[in-house]
Design a protein around this ligand. Structure first.
Ligand code: HSE
Length: 294
């Protein structure tokens, strides 16, 4: 059996939707398992030299976690030995959900390998296993469901994004931000006025993304809970974000950063941010993880 999981990059938060909103982007990692080949783990592409090959990587851990979960209901369930090869296109530690993508790929592959003892197309179950293992449900949700997702108390709501919404991610080549470090920078409590600000802007952001109103999106992508504290750690990203917003371009920090997420308007192209930045024009990906026979 030779199976490939294709799973998208994701941008969490979308400004005011801290820990709740996520967007799937058309930039996919592909992980192939081959039960006929000599068992080993290999990587190519983003982070290939730094990812472990001893089974402690997130894809392998998610395969093991899914198997363990399914054994509660199907005690005899087994996954045959396999070779695993990952083709990584999602930059690591940049706020584009690479770790969630790995977890979701592992859950989907394990499920497919388990056949009738797997999860079938139960997206909710896939989301739950991946989010619990990896810890960022706002990335796991769009990786599993595609489109725009809102999570609340463990439930996911998926929404279609208007075709006029055209994301552009600006990835700093040399800056990285581990999510743990980016979370430690956050205040533990916020003024009530800031919470109210975010509630209002989050509602506007959903309206703008689903209706394609880019003027509204420019006004809506404001946050008072996390962006300032994080941007203080990466002044280059803060300067670029201010510049984008100043020229009327809707923009925010992607996940915990330091990548920025911007949206191009009809006829308005975001200027090349210059040396040290990679600009990727990516469509919104309407569907989440898929597993195909390789
Ligand atoms: N909502 C999480 C955070 C996403 O901002 O820390 C991590 O990708």
């Amino acid at each position: 059996m030779r199976l490939t999981a294709r799973v998208p990059a994701t941008s969490a938060n979308l400004g005011p939707g801290f820990d709740c909103f996520g967007l799937a982007l058309d930039l996919c990692n592909e992980v192939t398992v081959d039960t006929e080949a000599e068992p080993r783990i290999t990587w190519e592409g983003e982070g290939a030299d730094e990812l472990p090959t001893d089974g402690t990587d997130m894809v392998s851990r998610a395969i093991a976690a899914t198997l363990e979960r399914r054994r509660e209901r199907h005690p005899g369930a087994v996954v045959p030995p396999f070779a695993l090869h990952g083709v990584n296109r999602i930059p690591l530690a940049r706020g584009l959900g690479s770790s969630s993508a790995a977890a979701v790929a592992g859950v989907a592959l394990a499920s497919a390998l388990l056949g009738s003892a797997g999860l079938g197309d139960d997206r909710r179950a896939m989301f739950t296993v991946a989010a619990e293992l990896e810890g960022h449900p706002d990335n796991a949700a769009p990786a599993v469901y595609g489109g725009l997702t809102v999570i609340a108390e463990g439930s996911v709501r998926r929404l279609d994004v208007h075709p006029a919404v055209r994301p552009l991610v600006l990835v700093p080549e040399r800056l990285r931000m581990a999510t743990d470090a980016a979370r430690r920078a956050l205040p533990t409590s916020v003024p009530l006025a800031d919470a109210v600000f975010n509630v209002a802007h989050a509602a506007l952001a959903v309206t703008a993304l689903t209706s394609g109103d880019l003027d509204l999106l420019h006004a809506a992508l404001r946050d008072r809970l996390h962006e300032d504290a994080r941007l203080a750690l990466v002044p280059e990203a803060r300067a670029l974000l201010n510049e984008l917003r100043g020229t009327g371009i809707p923009a925010c920090v992607s996940g915990s950063g330091p990548t920025l997420l911007a949206f191009e308007r009809e006829g308005v192209t975001v200027p090349d941010p210059g040396e040290g930045w990679r600009a990727l024009r990516l469509a919104v990906r309407a569907h989440g993880v898929e597993v195909v026979a390789a």
